[in-house]
Design a binder for this molecule. Structure first.
Ligand code: AMP
Length: 410
């Protein structure tokens, strides 16, 4: 039967068949973050439009659109399309730079982007990510990549490639931007229309283009590495040698600049080796100037964000099937008080119960209990009978304590 209402284009329900895997994945990500001493932060779903417009290039770049509206008090509101700007806002507002000089935060949250829905690209999706504030040392970059690699390993996501690059300082970026603009301007003939638009607004983003016709032009574009100074080159080499020592495999990707304007220094991305068009699992990098730009004190920072839907798809992690300890049959209203009292006691003793409020007959309840992988059938009428579904053993018990003894001795 067709439902009268359908979900909004680009959004998805996460149904009970999948929520166990989601919860398991979330637990793994919470645990690993905490093992590395990152603390969880939760920020509101709505923020002022300017937070994203002025700081991370949303709405200025042709392909980055948000869900926005003006509320009754004429405030311009956006559903958050990314997490770094809200986390930085909260970091500055909360004065964390005073109380916690080496502040490490992580999040799991829903984000909203008004982009063309396609496979792997949703209008509402979930990200897990971390942000580390307060250290400009390359050791911090190694640690952040180590967290990402540890998470993927724990989620049993194996067939991936880590791409790394260093895009230098903002001055390097400006020089590189000029160099790219000159190069791309000479090659507009076979360029995609999106890249042509970006030539004026943000030429660096042309390097992120997935359009077929742009690939041969990108392949011969100048690389940023040639503009790096000695200390930036040394940092990059240090990063790579530490990744080698950790046995984290990587590829140097000279064109990995990451879309948003605020990155500097290390940039990285983890992709799946499949041929899917949306193969990016995780992207991150350093953003040493964003905190100051947003009104805080000058604070170096680095982080990454990973798409949870895409991680779920790639994960080979197996979750145990949902199971029920005790299937309760109580079909006679006269015994409902006793039934609820036993049920409450079972719950308080950490048993999982399923109560058949439809009051099917016991034969059908038994069938249903088997289908739901229940371990015991508990029949409460004028007697209390408990039956081990596997062995078919059954006994009569007089009260909850006897029932508990029986269950514990099984
Ligand atoms: P970004 O914030 O654009 O750097 O994205 C970080 C990660 O989030 C990507 O590598 C994807 O795994 C995921 N992601 C980004 N946009 C979407 C989307 N529209 N739908 C699903 N996942 C996304």
């Amino acid at each position: 039967m067709k439902s009268k209402y359908q979900k909004i284009k680009g959004t998805f329900d996460i149904l009970p068949a999948d929520t166990r895997l989601w919860k398991e994945m979330e637990n793994i990500l919470h645990n690993i973050s905490e093992q590395f001493s990152y603390e969880e932060i939760r920020t509101p779903a709505i923020e002022s439009i300017d937070l994203f417009k002025q700081n991370v290039g949303y709405e200025t770049d042709v392909s980055k659109e948000m869900f926005t509206w003006e509320d009754h008090s004429h405030q311009q509101i956006a559903l958050k399309p990314e997490m770094t700007a809200p986390v930085v806002r909260a970091y500055i507002e909360g004065g964390f730079f005073r109380s916690n000089p080496l502040c490490r935060l992580y999040y799991m949250d829903s984000l909203f982007r008004r982009e063309k829905p396609q496979k792997g690209r949703q209008r509402q999706f979930n990200q897990f990510g971390i942000e580390a504030f307060g250290s400009s040392n390359i050791e911090q970059d190694v640690e952040v990549i180590m967290v990402a690699a540890t998470c993927l390993k724990a989620l049993n996501i194996n067939d991936t490639t880590l791409h790394v690059n260093n895009i230098g300082s903002p001055e390097t970026r400006t020089q590189y931007e000029a160099l790219l603009k000159k190069y791309f301007a000479q090659n507009t003939r076979s360029m995609s229309s999106l890249s042509k638009k970006r030539l004026d607004t943000n030429p660096i983003r042309i390097l992120d283009s997935k359009e077929k016709e742009d690939q041969s032009i990108i392949k011969n574009a100048p690389i940023v590495k040639e503009l790096l100074n000695d200390s930036e080159k040394e940092d990059f080499n240090m990063l790579l040698s530490n990744l080698d020592a950790l046995n984290i495999k990587y590829e140097e990707s000279p064109y990995l600049v990451r879309g948003l304007d605020y990155y500097n220094g290390t940039t990285f991305e983890i992709t799946t080796r499949s041929n899917k068009s949306q193969n990016a699992l995780c992207g991150g990098g350093r953003y040493d100037f964003l905190v100051e730009k947003m009104g805080g004190p000058s604070t170096p920072a680095i982080g990454f964000a990973a798409g949870m839907e895409r991680m779920i798809i790639e994960s080979q992690y197996q979750v145990a099937k949902n199971s029920i300890d005790i299937y309760i049959s109580s079909n006679d209203l006269n015994h409902s008080r006793q039934c609820f009292s036993i049920m409450q006691n079972l719950i308080d003793n950490n048993y999982t119960v399923f109560f058949d409020t439809n009051k099917k007959n016991v034969k059908n309840q038994m069938k249903d209990a088997i289908k739901r992988s229940a371990s015991y059938l508990l029949i409460i009428d004028k007697n209390i009978t408990v039956k081990n579904i596997k062995s078919n053993d059954e006994i009569a018990v007089s009260d909850f304590h006897e029932l508990l003894n029986f269950l514990k001795n099984q």
